[in-house]
Design a protein around this ligand. Structure first.
Ligand code: NDP
Length: 483
């Protein structure tokens, strides 16, 4: 099926193209078929996007918050009304099964637009009494913001950055991953259909160098990246040179600790959600599954049985629950880690098999007897590879769980809720779960600590990252000076 958009980029309220930009193909991961051909942004396209954003931002910021919010909420309604078609598009772009995209991808974009649309009218400052004088604060936008996305949740990432940016009165230039460039264009089109003035939400395509050109432009006040730690370091450094605000949503190697008093099926569900949803291509995944020794064999047994229920196949069939990897490159990376796991002595309990068919398919993979020093226990794989590690005591589990440079997420399964809160408090991670895994409601902050990033997306916390405070001192009497 062809998914060719009307143009590669969406700039100043319209699709545009520039055939001078390097051409790249968009591939349906389930079959390897080319579904669209786009061009990377040329300097002229980047200039048009940045100049348009800068020109449009001030008038947008002058609107009442409720007026900005109304447009965002209208866009949310349009997304919900078109959820099916948008989900089909996202499934073609990412390979994720429709059974996921229908419930998570466009809908979470709609949630963000609805939530921040609602908050837009409530972004106020404070009155500060100062004796005879007084002061007040104002929450003001940053200006032109740049968003750069990863390929695993394309429309969600585009909206998680765009919605708070626009609610606060900023303009945005968004660069999707070139692996999944389509749904951000659809979001831009819908925002403008909902009444967003031209220039406020632009989408430009391209590889890292397009992102780098955006990040280093002096007109840009803020950069929000979702991507890997190495890219995050580069983008953070480039932004620092221009003293720009940053949000970094980066990778992880998160622990999921299962105590032997846990509800077994619930814990297995958590491990499945935290490792195999979106074929494991989720930054917050709990890929180091620490299982207390008393539960280990029962856990592995139940997990293996439950994996038999995975429906691997046509992502457009709503009965399918497990799709392909996003690209040949990502499949190669995952296969490389599976080979390393075997070479370093981990015990393959399930999966690890590449399907002999077009597209980028690998079965859900579980390694047991994994030790902390193995490569598969230390590095982010970003694929459906679960590592099961044994532990004895709570202290040991917490110490080993924290022994990583990452700090994105953490989860705990236990019936002892006092212990659950104690363990979660001790884990060094930004987004945590008790008796659940990978829930990301827009009302809760999302983001990581340590090398997993800085800043938070979603919730009121995101407002802090797309606006700044301005304070005003007001003297009521005469202003005096010493000379
Ligand atoms: P990458 O880091 O490779 O790329 C992320 C984005 O940055 C892409 O759009 C990429 O463009 C762009 N980019 C690359 N180099 C530069 C540069 N020098 N300057 C500006 N932009 C640049 O990540 P992936 O796309 O491979 O995504 C997977 C990673 O994302 C994983 O590590 C995962 O953990 C992380 N992630 C984090 C999430 C979170 O919220 N914490 C959520 C989802 C994913 P291009 O790809 O076109 O080269």
């Amino acid at each position: 099926m062809q998914m060719q958009p009307k143009g590669s980029h969406f700039v100043n309220g319209a699709y545009i193209d520039d055939a001078d930009g390097a051409a790249f193909d968009v591939v349906y991961p389930a079959t390897g078929a080319v579904i669209a051909r786009l061009h990377a942004a040329t300097p002229a396209v980047i200039e048009a996007a940045l100049a348009g954003a800068q020109a449009a931002q001030k008038d947008w910021a002058r609107l009442k918050g409720v007026e900005r919010g109304r447009i965002l909420r209208r866009a949310a309604d349009l997304i919900r009304a078109r959820n099916h078609d948008l989900s089909v598009l996202e499934t073609h772009d990412t390979g994720k099964p429709l059974s996921e995209t229908l419930y998570v991808d466009p809908t979470s974009a709609a949630d963000a637009l609805e939530y921040f649309g609602g908050l837009a009218g409530a972004l106020t400052g404070e009155h500060v009494p100062l004796g005879d004088n007084w002061g007040y604060t104002m929450r003001v936008p940053l200006g032109v913001c740049v968003g750069i996305g990863a390929w695993n949740y394309p429309i969600q990432i585009a909206a998680w950055k765009g919605a708070p940016a626009l609610a606060c009165g900023n303009a945005m230039v968004f660069k999707p991953s070139e692996t999944t460039p389509l749904s951000a264009l659809a979001l831009a089109e819908i925002l403008h259909e909902a009444g967003l003035p031209a220039g406020l939400y632009n989408v430009v395509q391209g590889m890292g160098e397009v992102g780098a050109a955006l990040v280093t432009d002096p007109r840009v006040a803020k950069v929000s990246l979702t991507g890997s730690v190495p890219t995050g370091k580069r983008v953070y450094a480039a932004a620092a040179a221009g003293m720009k605000h940053v949000t970094m949503e980066l990778g992880g190697k998160s622990p999921l600790i299962i105590f032997d008093d846990a509800d077994l099926d619930s814990a297995v569900s958590g491990a499945i959600l935290g490792n195999f949803y979106s074929s494991g291509q989720v930054c917050s995944n709990g890929t180091r599954v620490f299982v207390q020794r008393g539960l280990k064999e029962a856990f592995l047994h139940r997990l293996s049985a439950r994996l038999q229920g995975a429906r691997i196949g046509d992502p457009l069939d709503q009965a399918t629950t497990f799709g392909p990897m996003v690209s040949a490159r990502q499949l190669g990376i995952v296969e490389g880690y599976i080979a390393k796991g075997l070479a370093e002595g981990a015990r393959l309990v399930a999966g690890g098999t590449r399907l002999n068919q077009p597209g980028y398919w690998i079965t859900p993979t579980v390694f047991a007897d994994v030790t902390d020093n193995m490569t598969i226990a230390r590095e982010e794989i970003f694929g459906p590879v679960m590592c099961v590690l044994d532990f004895d005591s709570e202290d040991e589990a917490v110490t080993r769980a924290n022994a990583t440079e990452f700090g994105l997420s953490a989860g705990v399964f236990t019936r002892d809720l006092t212990r659950a809160h104690r363990v979660i408090a001790a884990l060094e991670a930004g987004s945590c779960f008790i008796n659940s895994y990978n829930d990301a409601p827009v009302e809760l902050p999302f983001g990581g600590s340590k090398m997993s990033g800085v800043g938070r997306e979603n919730s009121r916390a995101a407002i802090e990252h797309y606006s700044q405070m301005k304070s005003v001192f007001v003297r009521m009497g005469v202003c005096e000076a010493p000379f």
